[in-house]
Ligand binder design. Sequence first.
Ligand code: C5P
Length: 243
Amino acid sequence: MSAERAGGGAGRRIIVALDYPEPGQALRMAERLNPAACRLKVGKELFTRGGPALVEQLMTRNFSVFLDLKFHDIPNTVAAACKAAAALGVWMINVHTQGGRRMMEAARASLAGFQHPPLLIGVTVLTSMNAQELREVGHLEPPQMLVQRLARLARDSGLDGVVCSAQEASMLRTAQGPDFLLVTPGIRPTGAPSDDQQRVMTPPQAIAAGSDYLVIGRPITGAADPLMALADIRRSIGEKNAD
Ligand code: C5P
C-alpha cells in the first residue's frame, strides 16, 4: 500500500505527538494546528484519559489520527482490539511485532471488513531498550539484526510498515523496498534540545534516510509558536505551507 494512497493526500509527513495528560490540553493544541499540514498521534496516557470521545473530537476537526496503543496480546485479543480501533475511523494503528506472526496476521485479518482500514504498523524493538536489557529478556542477537528480523516478519505477516528509529531507516528501506512504511520518532530540528531522546536526526536527514512519516512532539508542542515550528519543519522537508 503506498503512503500516498493510504494517507489520503501527499505532503503531510509530520505526525504531531499529543503527549498531554489532559484531553483539554490536546484539544487546545489541535485547535492551533491545521489538519492539512499535519497528522496527530494519540498515545496510551491521553487515550486512557480522553478515550474514544477525544479521538472523535480530533477527527471531527479533520485530523488523521495515529492511535499509538501498541497492542501486544494473544491473537484473538489483539484482533478484537484492532477492530475496535478501526471502528473509530483512525488513520493508523500499531501492534508489537514481538507478539508474533499469528498475532499480526490476526490483526491484519480483523481489518478486512473495513472499507477504509487504518494503516497497520508494527513496533519492532523499543528504542528505549539497550543491548544489555534486550539480552536480559532473551534477545541475544545484536539489536539491529533483531530489528531487521522483526521488520521482515511484520511485512510477511501483512503489516503496512514499522515504527523505527531514524537511524535504522536506511537499513530497513534497503531491505524492505519502497512500499514498506517507516514511521520514525526521535526527530529534532537543528538547534532544538534533544530532551530525553538519545540519538536524534533532523527532519531532512530522516526523510533522506527513507522515513515516510516523522513523529514529532516537543519541538512543536513545546515551541513558543507551534504553528511556526511546524511550518519551519515542513519547509525543511520540502512541504508547501500554502495550505
Ligand atoms: O517529544 P518527542 O518528539 O520526543 O516525542 C516523540 C514521540 O514518539 C513520543 O510520543 C514518544 O512516546 C514516541 N516514541 C518515541 N520513541 C519510540 C517510539 C515512540 O519517542 N521508539
